[in-house]
Design a protein around this ligand. Structure first.
Ligand SMILES: [Zn+2]
Length: 247
């Protein structure tokens, strides 16, 4: 069984329901992502928040005011898509509004990660968008990483600031604040966060060397058709695999 969703890129994408893990497995993955965010210094102390959409449509999210290096599965909070509580003892993250806004706007999104990675946040504080047409893996894997205008953290301003970009991006710089990434799975959303931070780090180094040279439009077109071919082969192989599993 597949959920048919319309992506921002104008084609229908099938999100396999098997990508949605059980509540227990999702909780385990959220805790793992929180610990990795902390260990890799993409957040400090109680910064950042992580959430995932559960098969029943509710959202499992990290609580407010808890260090990401110490989050345990029992600390997570479950909420409805309108923000009303479903289960859990703690208060959900104060950035819940931004997470819910993304889930409501993007039915194809299964996970959201918000962090304050130092290099990417430095770009956001300097209000410099990332030049995403420099590294092929960033151009192909993330596309454009826009810079949203400043919104006061923990208020509805943050959701409003990402509104112009949420349907076309999967990673957004939040001015003077940090980064939000989202994708089908927690692993993909975490990888996008790492990719943004790594790209920001490399771009900063290129500035010491006189600045990065962007890929030409011909090189980007070639990259795009190579990716389409690669994705076409991958999805054909995936479908074949699923057909085999059914028999
Ligand atoms: Zn934040």
């Amino acid at each position: 069984m597949f959920i048919e969703t319309q992506t921002s890129f104008g084609y229908t994408e099938s999100v396999p329901t098997e990508l949605m893990a059980s509540r227990e497995e999702t909780a385990r993955q959220i805790v793992d992502i929180c610990h990795r965010l902390y260990e890799r210094r993409l957040v400090t102390a109680t910064d950042g928040n992580v959430s995932a959409r559960l098969a029943g449509g509710t959202i499992l999210v990290t609580p407010s005011n808890l260090a990401k290096g110490q989050v345990a599965e029992s600390d997570l909070v479950e909420v409805q898509l309108d923000g009303s509580p479903a289960s859990g003892q703690r208060r959900p993250t104060s950035e819940l509004g931004m997470h819910l806004f993304i889930y409501r706007q993007r039915p194809d999104v299964g996970a959201v990660v918000h962090a304050h990675p130092p290099y990417a946040t430095a770009f956001a504080a300097a209000r410099r968008p990332l030049e995403c047409d420099v590294f092929p893996e960033v151009a192909a894997g993330l596309g454009r990483v826009p810079l949203a205008r400043y919104g006061t953290p923990s208020t509805g301003e943050v959701a409003r600031s990402i509104a112009p970009y949420v349907k076309s991006a999967r990673a957004i710089l939040l001015a003077n604040h940090g980064v939000v990434t989202y994708s089908r799975t927690l692993e993909e959303a975490f990888n996008a966060m790492e990719k943004v931070e790594h790209a920001a780090h490399m771009l900063l180094i290129t500035r010491m060397l006189g600045g990065a040279k962007a890929l030409t439009s011909r090189e980007l077109r070639k990259l795009s058709s190579a990716m389409k071919e690669e994705n076409g082969t991958a999805s054909a192989a995936e479908k074949k695999g699923r057909r085999r599993q059914k028999h």
